[in-house]
Design a protein around this ligand. Structure first.
Ligand SMILES: Nc1ncnc2c1ncn2[C@@H]1O[C@H](COP(=O)(O)OP(=O)(O)O)[C@@H](O)[C@H]1O
Length: 190
C-alpha cells in the first residue's frame, strides 16, 4: 500500500501528472476538484453546496470536503494505494486524513510537491480557462483568490509533512514526461 499526496499550487500540474502516475503505480486517483466538478455538473446536493465557494475561488468548508473524501476512499477499500490530488488543502484536512487512514491501519507514505513560479502558473490557468469551461479559471481576480487561499491555508501543510519526514519536492517546470520522471524517481525510492 502506498498513499501519495500530490501537492502544489493551482495550475502546478497535479491532475496531469496524476493521470500518468495512477497507471504506472496502479493507484486510485482521488481529485477533490474533479469530484466537486462532477457533482456540480450533475447538480447533486453536494454540487449545489460547493458551487458558490468554487466559483469564487474559495475553499469548500472542511466538514463538506472531509466527508466527501472519506466516502470516496470507502468506495475503494480493495485499492493498492491512493493518489490524493487536491486534498488535503488545510491542516484540519491533513489531521482528518491521518486519523482516517490510521483507522484502517494505513498512512500517508509521502507528499510530493510540484514547484513552479506564480507567474508561470497564472498564465497556465488562463490558458486552461479558454478551453476548460471552468468559471474559476477565467477570471484573474478569482485565480488570485485561489493563490491567497493556498498561501494562507495550504502552504502550512509543507511544514506539517516535513515534521513527519514525508515531504518531497520536484521542479514542476519542463515537459510532462520529464516531470513524470522526476516524480517517479521519488516514488521508486519510497
Ligand atoms: N481539499 C479541498 N478543500 C476545499 N476546497 C477544495 C478542495 N479541493 C478542491 N476544492 C475546491 O475546488 C476548486 C478547484 O480545485 P482543483 O480542481 O484542485 O483546482 P486547482 O488546484 O487548479 O485550483 C478549489 O479552488 C476549491 O474551491
Amino acid at each position: 500500500m502506498i498513499n501519495i499526496v500530490l501537492f502544489g499550487k493551482p495550475g502546478a500540474g497535479k491532475g496531469t501528472q496524476a493521470e500518468f502516475l495512477k497507471e504506472k503505480y496502479n493507484l486510485t486517483h482521488l481529485s477533490t476538484g474533479d469530484i466537486f466538478r462532477y457533482n456540480m455538473k450533475n447538480d447533486t446536493a453536494l454540487g449545489k453546496e460547493a458551487k458558490s465557494y468554487i466559483d469564487n475561488g474559495d475553499l469548500v468548508p472542511d466538514s463538506v470536503t472531509i466527508k466527501m473524501l472519506q466516502d470516496e476512499v470507502d468506495k475503494h477499500l480493495d485499492s493498492k494505494g491512493f493518489l490524493f490530488d487536491g486534498f488535503p488543502r488545510t491542516l484540519a484536512q491533513a489531521d482528518a486524513l491521518d486519523a482516517f487512514l490510521k483507522s484502517k491501519s494505513w498512512e500517508v507514505t509521502a507528499t510530493i510537491a510540484l514547484e513552479a513560479d506564480d507567474d508561470v502558473l497564472v498564465q497556465r490557468i488562463l490558458e486552461r480557462g479558454k478551453t476548460s469551461g471552468r468559471a474559476d479559471d477565467q477570471d484573474e481576480e478569482k485565480i488570485r483568490n485561489r493563490y491567497q487561499e493556498y498561501n494562507e491555508k495550504t502552504a502550512p501543510l509543507m511544514d506539517y509533512y516535513k515534521a513527519q519526514n514525508k515531504f518531497y519536492a520536484v521542479n514542476g517546470i519542463g515537459s510532462i514526461a520529464e516531470i513524470t520522471e522526476r516524480l517517479s524517481n521519488v516514488i521508486d525510492k519510497l
